[in-house]
Design a protein around this ligand. Sequence first.
Ligand SMILES: [Zn+2]
Length: 284
Amino acid sequence: MTSKFFTTKEIAPGTILIGGLGNEQCYLLEGKERALLIDALAGAGNLRAFCRELTDLPLSLVNTHGHLDHAGGNFDFGECFIHSDDIPLIYEIETADRMGFVAGMMKAAGRNLPLSEGDFTAARPIKTLPVADGCFFDLGDRRIEVIAVPGHTRGTIVLLDRGAGLLFSGDACNVNTLLFLPHSTSIEEYRESLFHFKEFQPCFDLMWGGHGPQGVPKIIIDEAIGLCDEILAGTDDAQPEEFLGRPCFYGKKKDQSFRRLDGKLANIAYDRDKLRKPPALNET
Ligand SMILES: [Zn+2]
């Protein structure tokens, strides 16, 4: 099913990838009794109404993290599950220029579609329901586990469907993992998160992220750990770059399509001032 704002692709039984206008994507999972929407795109079009055309089941929304291109559509729903560390980020969306953001993403993706403010549900208070590492969603015959992977943001989670061997990774670990943002952790903390994430690696095959329509092989977790080690040791490529108007360094040299020149998958954009974990208060 397609609409002016959304595309769909069934990636596994009862599992639909919903694409937004700027190539951002979310996932609708149906179980026997409930449905779960993982992320809410950037907010163009009414995503809740679109989901209602796809499923009649009671529907919950969970955000992998609080960035606009994953939570901009939260206002269609009125409530969301989100890690408490990312709640401040979704407050920022209330006053953000969602239309300008989507227009910029469309331009970057080579698309052109006139938008109006009426295409966006007006900002309103959102009821936040907390999730944390070890929580799970019971969809009837389907159990979706929450794994905390702080890094890209402090409240980043990924979601595991062990039964189906699917992992929904948001922006936690991909070919262009951004760790230079104001709410990102240090490289050292991210490395610890990746080791926790790796404990679950035998339970899935492909990782389905918030951008890029293909599943990513799970070996990217090992590559990202190796790259964190190189960055911390100062032996990475440290390619200077400007991304989203901010200076940063890329751990590995890449082409314009964010593909590593050495053929591996994982890359990390980082801030040189945020490599090591800040000391705990009782250590200062
Ligand atoms: Zn993000």
